[in-house]
Design a protein around this ligand. Structure first.
Ligand SMILES: *Cc1c(COP(=O)(O)O)cnc(C)c1O
Ligand code: SF4
Length: 341
């Protein structure tokens, strides 16, 4: 097998350019609180991306083990993940699906949509479908709604989850029409990817903030997800501010993810032990409502695990540290490894 990795495109949306410009001005006058670099590092390619560590993987989540059509991943009993497109409004340099997002695929074809509908009919245990990618909101409302309607023909009660970074990168995409479509298509949740307070601040990202509030105010439930990123959001104070601000806006912080082993992302990885230390302090700062679950998607397809519950009865896993890596052992004897940087 060749392990050639495609380069993740570099694209920064017009809105993000505007935000970066405003931050740069304050950076030069020393008033940006380090926020300029926090955003820049997420968007501007670095030389470090070409350094691919030996343990980094082309398919870090082992999605290929659970692929039921080229774009559908059935890893958990009652939910199906669909990689609807590989396009994004801007590309995050830490993207854990970078091998997929680098392929510039269009919106999922009608023939594959039908294939997925047939799969749903044969698997009535699937209650929930996640629209992910890439960013599902890069196509027009009509295409998204047609796909949802088609899925619901096969499984009328299906819960839809829209995973997106449009609020942060292209808030103008969250139009009244889109929100009205979300309302028509309930039950539906929106899951925005938000990593830093700068991405929702009234000073720099007012439009992003307002776009989230449009969804919340419409009655659509919103749960955020965050990736723990070295030098960007890896302090207790900063994460506490982010999760508190989200909660104030009516958004439930869902997951804080330990960085996956995607190729060329070592420079973003916070060592697991340090991540746990940060998270435990964070739990003391925040209410239960504001605290997300700290999770790791086990490399190679082990699935998501709650890192706080490792070695407790609540989890199926035991973890041991052996020289420079963590070894996760499932009750059925299967093992997964994660490096200790
Ligand atoms: C994360 C994920 C889900 C959803 O899992 P939740 O714990 O419900 O958020 C579903 N399928 C795949 C393949 C995933 O990676
Ligand atoms: S928006 Fe999501 S899929 Fe797109 S580049 Fe960022 S992390 Fe990857």
């Amino acid at each position: 097998m060749t392990m050639s990795t495609l380069e993740l495109p570099c694209f920064i949306s017009p809105y993000m350019k505007k935000v970066l410009n405003a931050l740069e001005k304050d950076f030069f006058s020393g008033e940006d609180r380090g926020w300029f670099n926090a955003l820049k590092q997420q968007l501007i390619p670095s030389e470090k991306e070409t350094q691919i560590a030996t343990f980094e993987l082309q398919d870090p989540l082992g999605s290929c083990n659970y692929q039921v059509t080229p774009r559908a991943v059935h890893q958990y009993k009652n939910r199906l993940l669909i990689l609807t497109t590989a396009k994004c409004f801007s590309y995050c340099r830490h993207c854990f699906r970078r091998d997929y997002t680098a392929r510039c695929q269009e919106w999922i074809s009608v023939s594959e949509q039908i294939e997925i509908c047939n799969y749903l009919k044969q698997h009535p245990q699937i209650q929930e479908v996640l629209f992910s990618g890439g960013d599902p909101l890069t196509v027009c409302d009509k295409q998204i709604e047609e796909f949802i309607l088609r899925l619901r023909e096969s499984s009328p009660k299906l819960l839809i989850r829209i995973c997106t970074r449009a609020n942060v990168f292209a808030p103008e995409r969250i139009t009244e029409n889109l929100v009205a479509m979300f309302r028509r298509q309930r039950p539906l949740w929106v899951i925005p990817h938000i990593n830093h307070p700068v991405e929702i601040s009234s000073k720099y990202s007012l439009e992003a903030r307002q776009s989230l509030l449009r969804i919340v105010d419409s009655g659509i439930p919103v749960q955020s997800q965050t990736v723990l990123l070295k030098g960007i959001n890896d302090t207790v104070d900063l994460l506490a501010e982010l999760f508190y601000q989200l909660t104030v806006m009516g958004i439930k912080p869902g997951y804080l993810f330990q960085t996956d082993l995607a190729a060329g992302t070592s420079h973003f990885r916070v060592p697991l032990e340090q991540g746990l230390k940060i998270y435990k302090s964070l739990c003391k700062e925040l209410s239960g409502l504001s605290t997300p679950v700290y999770a790791l998607d086990l490399p190679g397809g082990g699935g998501k695990i709650n890192l706080l519950q490792v070695n407790s009865d609540a989890n199926d896993f035991k973890v041991t540290k052996i020289s420079n890596k963590y070894v996760f052992t499932k009750n059925d004897g299967k093992i997964w490894e994660y490096p200790d940087d």
